[in-house]
Structure formats: C-alpha cells, structure tokens
Design a protein around this ligand. Structure first.
Ligand code: MN
Length: 307
C-alpha cells in the first residue's frame, strides 16, 4: 500500500489477528500489542502497552523511575487505580480512572510514573504517538485531561480520547489525523461505528470480550482492521471494554529504540549519549520516587526503519 495515496482501497481489507507479547515494566506484567513485526504502527500510534489488570499487595506497586523520551507523545489512559506523573518540566500530576495524561516529548523530556497508595488495583493503557517531522524538535510539554467527551450509543459508552466521532471532538492535542476511542459496556450491546476510510484502524479488548468485524476477541489479541473501512460492526459482552485506534498512514514507520522515536540510528545514538552523560537536554525529575533508569546497550541491536 502506498501511504501517500489519497484514495483508500475499494474493498474492505480482511482483519488480521495479532497476538500481543507479554513484557514486564516497573513491576507489572503487561502486553505489548504495538509495535510488532506484523504491524509497525496504526496511523501515528506507534506503541500500545496494556498494563494489568493487576492487584498489588500492601506496600507493592508499579514504579517506573525517571527515563527519557524523544520524538513522541506518551498517552496514558487510566482504567483503574491511580498513578503520579512527574517530569523534568516540574509537572506533578495525579491521574485517576477515566483521565488522560499527554506528554509531548519533542526534542527531549524525562518522566517518572509511580502507583499511588498502599497496594491495590492497577489497570491502564499507554500509547505512544509518533510526532511528524515538522513537530519532532518542538519544546516538551505536559497536559492533563481530567474529563473527555462521553457519547452513549446503543448501550455502549464511548469515551472520545482523540480526534472526532459522531459529531464530537476530543480536546486532546495531537499533530497528525488520529482517532482514539474507549468503548465500555455494562450489559451486552451491539453497535456500528462510522470510520474514516482514509485511516487505518485496530482494536484491542481491555476487559471482557467482543466480536469485531466477525472476529471473537479477548484481551491479548489486537485486531488490525486495515484501511478503507467506512464503518465497523461490533458486539461487546457485558462489563467489557475495548480500545479503537486509527489514523492516516504515517508514511515510513518511525524508528523505535528503548524510549526514543526517531528517523535515523544517529539520532538514537545522540539521545542515548545525552541521557548517559546527564545532559541538560533531558534534565532531572524533581521529587521522583525511584531511581533513574539505565539505558540498555545499543551495541548488537539491529535497528530497522520502515515497513
Ligand atoms: Mn515513559
């Protein structure tokens, strides 16, 4: 497929099932659904971790020490529990269920994330949004969105995380055409949602189960819906929750290494050197609750750009 082609395919693509890979970050087991060998990104959504649901014993919790980012926005969607975000701009922000933290790394930022309280539940999704070339060097920024637009449709509660749907628009500031929806049910429900045919889309069940475009899904399986759909039919079981992400094809897939999103290996090497030397490019996180993360060695890694 040619990403610069403004005309989407004439027929709907066959959905593809992609298994998320288990990983461990900061003491919590999570499933990494994007990127994978099969799917480098969905629009500019270039990373999707589904963390939990986990139940921590008293005195335990998720703690991710200060670490750097470049070239992306981190998008944190809380489902259950509370996290404290701190960053090198001096931001200190508690995030609760139903809220979004959006951190725009631009040329460089450092942040830490610590579970709040004594043990308890934690369930969240963290996505990264690759910044387009014109915005990659912008100054870092942090925004907290305590409330997002809610839409009730056929028994499905839609939280509009990013972009536009059904005449509503999200306040979340992004730099490429994107959509992000959280779909939640209390009782079994079915609906059909309009989609932008120029976007590529994917869905991931976070809780419960769903059938989307004829495919039965549970947590751990991403369904790649491809590009060229004008709608998608879905059925959600009772007490279920699902993410739907989409966007215009980003073009050549961005280069991801550790917490960096770039275009060339030289940019990654420079960011790594700046982090390891304690450069003012990144700075420090005031009040961080745990130790600064050490970058893995770059040597021996084969970096691949493009699809
Ligand atoms: Mn991070």
């Amino acid at each position: 497929m040619n990403p610069s082609d403004p005309h989407p395919p004439a027929s709907e693509p066959t959905p593809r099932r992609i298994e998320a890979r288990p990983s461990d970050v900061g003491g919590i087991v999570l499933r990494r659904a994007v990127p994978s060998r099969a799917l480098r990104s969905v629009g500019a959504w270039c990373f999707l971790d589904h963390a939990g649901p986990a139940q921590f014993a008293p005195g335990q919790g998720m703690h991710v020490g200060p670490h750097p980012h470049i070239g992306l926005q981190t998008f944190t969607w809380m489902i259950e529990g509370e996290l404290m975000h701190r960053d090198s701009l001096g931001s200190e922000q508690l995030i609760r269920a139903g809220q979004v933290n959006l951190m725009t790394a631009g040329r460089g930022i450092v942040h830490s994330e610590d579970q709040v309280g004594d043990g308890g539940a934690l369930h969240a999704a963290q996505m990264w949004i690759a910044l387009p070339d014109a915005e990659r060097e912008r100054a870092p920024a942090f925004q907290h969105y305590p409330e997002l637009p809610l839409i009730e449709r056929d028994g499905v509660t839609i939280t509009l995380l990013v972009g536009e749907v059904l005449g509503e628009r999200s306040p979340v500031q992004v730099f490429t055409p994107l959509v992000g929806l959280d779909l939640a049910t209390r009782r079994e429900a079915q609906t059909t949602l309009p989609l932008a045919p120029a976007f590529e889309h994917a869905v991931l069940v976070l809780r419960g189960s769903a059938t989307v475009a004829g495919e039965a899904l549970q947590p751990g399986t991403l369904l790649d819906l491809g590009r060229g759909r004008s709608s998608v039919a879905m059925q959600l079981a009772a007490d279920s929750q699902m993410l739907l992400l989409g966007g215009e094809p980003f073009g050549p897939a961005p280069l991801l290494w550790w917490n960096f999103v770039a275009r060339t290996q030289a940019e990654i090497e420079q960011a790594l050197a700046d982090w390891n030397s304690g450069s003012a490019r990144f700075g420090a996180v005031p009040g961080a609750g745990s130790a600064r993360l050490v970058a893995p060695p770059l040597a021996g890694l084969r970096l691949k750009a493009g699809r």
